[in-house]
Design a protein around this ligand. Structure first.
Ligand code: PLP
Length: 400
């Protein structure tokens, strides 16, 4: 068996529910052995309403969107991710991420390339915003086309997936720029490639002396955990230091299958972080975020970023006001393990901006006045002395 354990790991509560693998195999009329083959999953990716209707009751909005918007935004889900969806609820948080909806046609403000990545790419698919690191978009295909994807504009082009010319040019650009010490391999989903293709890419990047760390951004632990085979993990570990960031958005995605995939990576010393996107109806309550982040640290995955959703075309129905995001972060602080709390950020064409609830009220002579977690003022005696700052604190009032 290429995919490791399907049994819950020892620390997981045993449930009597049917596993997603068992349920999926039953729904798709196949064996568990075939269902756990990532190639079978990709061959059987659901890309039309007819295919989805065989296993799911589609709502009017989903059906219309699948039929009518077929050419608007790419749609596709793996049988695994489909088996994770609640068949009776069109607003199931997993369904909202994977199934197209009619609301995608009524976004007035979303744009195609909110991060101006095209303009920020000195050579095709190498996004160079920070001096010392690049995002290298080698992949185009995904197991699941997330409805809120900020790179959906790339689906209109053909031939971006591990295109030899794009890969060669990108590697040449990185090799010629000694400032680049960190290469983030992304896409699309870069783990949708043969092991040999990935190995070739990784060894060419590793051969560049100034490239210190390699990072892979992938959603396969969430959307296609069977891709994380022992062989893949062994191969990746030959290119250390290699870090993986994955992308869980809601507690429903934390399955035993996903946990096994993560455990396989961690077992090879590959640190795994998580980037979530704050999405309406999917994870925009304190309870759901807490349960997601606590579930991740149980899997030894470090929540890294919580992104404000980009203002990308077709996503108005999933967008959350920044004030709400800040309130959610305020609620989490003090209510769970410190390292279960990711940094809330907004990505922009010039880089990521932290969105942090402000706890610093200001300075009153030798005191810095802070807001504690009970919303009381805390005076910290802390003279500025001779230190000259370009960022003076506002003046706090005496009575505080
Ligand atoms: C997010 C991003 C990175 C990596 O940023 P970190 O904050 O180091 O994780 C690098 N390049 C681009 C273009 C990015 O968008």
């Amino acid at each position: 068996m290429p995919f490791r354990s399907l049994k819950p790991l020892h620390w997981q509560t045993a449930t009597h529910q049917e596993s997603i693998t068992a349920r999926g195999a039953r729904l798709f009329g196949t064996t568990e052995e075939q269902f756990t083959s990532w190639r079978w999953q990709m061959k059987n990716q659901i890309t039309s309403a007819d295919e989805a209707l065989r296993v799911l009751q589609l709502s009017h909005s989903e059906k219309e969107a699948f039929f009518e918007l077929k050419d608007l935004f790419e749609a596709g889900v793996t049988p695994y991710y489909l088996a994770l969806m609640d068949p009776n609820n069109e607003f199931c948080p997993v369904r909202l991420q994977g199934m197209p909806r009619l609301e995608e046609t009524s976004d007035r403000i979303g744009v195609a390339d909110p991060l101006q990545e095209v303009g920020n790419s000195p050579v095709k698919e190498v996004v160079h915003v920070y001096k010392d690191r690049v995002a290298f978009c080698v992949a185009q295909l995904c197991p699941v086309y997330c409805r809120y994807c900020f790179r959906k504009r790339r689906d209109e082009e053909v031939g971006l997936h591990f295109n030899p010319r794009i890969v060669d040019q990108g590697i040449e650009y990185i090799a010629n720029n000694p400032n680049i010490r960190d290469v983030l391999i992304t896409g699309g989903d870069p783990l949708i490639a043969q092991d040999g293709t990935l190995e070739n890419l990784l060894s060419r990047l590793r051969a560049i002396p100034h490239v210190q760390i390699l990072r892979i951004g992938t959603r396969v632990p969430v959307t296609l955990p069977y891709r994380i085979t022992e062989e893949l993990a062994d191969m990746l570990a030959r290119f250390h230091p290699l870090w993986i960031n994955t992308h869980f958005n809601c507690p429903e995605e934390l399955t035993p299958e996903a946990a096994a995939a993560i455990d396989t990576l961690l077992g090879r010393g590959i640190p795994v972080g998580n980037q979530s996107v704050l999405l309406a109806g999917i994870n925009d309550t304190a309870e759901r975020l807490k349960s997601l982040f606590e579930g991740l640290v149980k899997m030894r995955v470090r929540p890294y970023y919580l992104y404000q959703g980009q203002t990308v075309e077709g996503t108005a129905h999933l967008r959350v006001p920044i004030e709400k995001g800040l309130d959610l972060m305020r609620t989490l602080r003090g209510n769970t393990t410190g390292f279960a709390i990711p940094q809330y950020v907004l990505d922009t064409p010039t880089g990521k901006i932290p969105l942090s609830p402000n706890h610093v009220v200001g300075r009153d002579a030798d005191d810095v006045v802070l807001l504690d977690l009970k919303k009381n003022h805390w005076r910290e005696n802390n003279p500025l002395g001779s230190y000259v700052t370009a960022h003076p604190l506002p003046t706090a009032q005496k009575q505080l």
